[in-house]
Design a protein around this ligand. Sequence first.
Ligand code: FE2
Length: 351
Amino acid sequence: MQSRNSIIEEPEAPWGKDVRLLVVDDEEFIRSIVRERMELEGVSVGEAQNGHQALAMLRDGDYSVLLTDIRMPEMDGVALLREASRLFPGTARIVMTANADLETAVAALKNGAYDYILKPFSFDILFVTIQNAIRKQALERQLQDYQVNLESRVKEQTDLINSLYVRSIQSLIKALEAKDLYTRGHSQRVTLYSMAISTEMGLSPAHIEDLRRASILHDLGKIGVTETILNKPGKLTREEFYEVEKHPEVGTQILSPIPYFQNILPAILHHHERFDGCGYPGKIAGTEIPLESRIMAVADTYDAMTSTRAYRPALPEEVATAEILRCSGTQFDPEIVSVFLFAKDKIEENG
Ligand SMILES: [Fe+2]
C-alpha cells in the first residue's frame, strides 16, 4: 500500500479542467485563503458558511470536490457529509479538522469523507489531498461502471448460451417433424391453444412463458420412436403403443441436462396423464398433475383430433369439441375444459 508520505512526494498532477471546489467553513479567513490559492491554480471555487448553505450550492452547481470544516453552526460537517454522500455521490468529499478533532475526523470518514486534512495545512498538502480525492472518486465511478457492465455482459452471455440451446432443440424438432409427417405444425397449434387458455386463466407472464416452451417441446421425445410406428396407417399393436408411450420420458431425458429447460421438465413428463389417474407415465391424478400438463392435455388432444393423422382423417371441430366435453372430469380437468371452450371461440373469432 502507498503511504501518505509517498503520495505527497508524487509530482503534482495537473488539475482537470472541469474541477470545481466548494469550500465550507464558518471562518471567512479559511474560505478566502483556500479560494484565492485554488483560483490561482485555475480551479473554480464556491464558498458556504455551513452545511445547509453547502447542500443548496451542491444542488445548484456541479461541484467535483467538497472541502468542509467539521465544527460549524446550524448543520455541522458530519451531517453535511452524510447528506452529500447520499444526494451527490459524484462529488469527492474531504474534511478539514484541527488536531484535537481526530475522533470527529474518524466519524467523518465513516460518514462518507474520502480523506481528511489537519489544520493548519500547507497548500502542497491540500493540493495532493484534493487530487487524491478526485482520483479516488473517479476510480469508484469506474468500478461502478464496471460492475454495471459486468452484469449486462453476464446477462448477454447467458442469453447467448440459452439461444444456442434453443437453436439446437429447434433442430431436433425439425428432425422430428421430418420423421413424423402428421405432427408437422402440431406443436405450434398446441402452443397457440395453451397460450389462449393460460392467458384466459390469468397466469403470470413467467408461468405463461414456461408453458409456451413446454408446449413447443412436449412431443420432442417422439424423436426416439421409429418412423414406421409414427407413420403407421393402421392401429398400433400393444408393443408399438408401448414404444410411443415412452415419449414423455424420452423428451424429459433429452432436455434434463440443460439448465434452461429445468422448469418445464415436469410439464413435459406428465402431458399424457389423465385427470382420473389412468394416464401415463406416472398415473397421477387431479391437481397432482402439473397445471401446465393439464392445459397441454386439452390443447394436444383437440389438435390431434382436428388434424389428419396416419390412421384417420381430421375430425370436424364440433365432433372434437363434443369429445373434449365428454371427457371432461375423466381425461381432462373440467375447469380447464370450460376455459378452453371459451378461449377456442375467441381464437376462431380472431381467425
Ligand atoms: Fe405427446
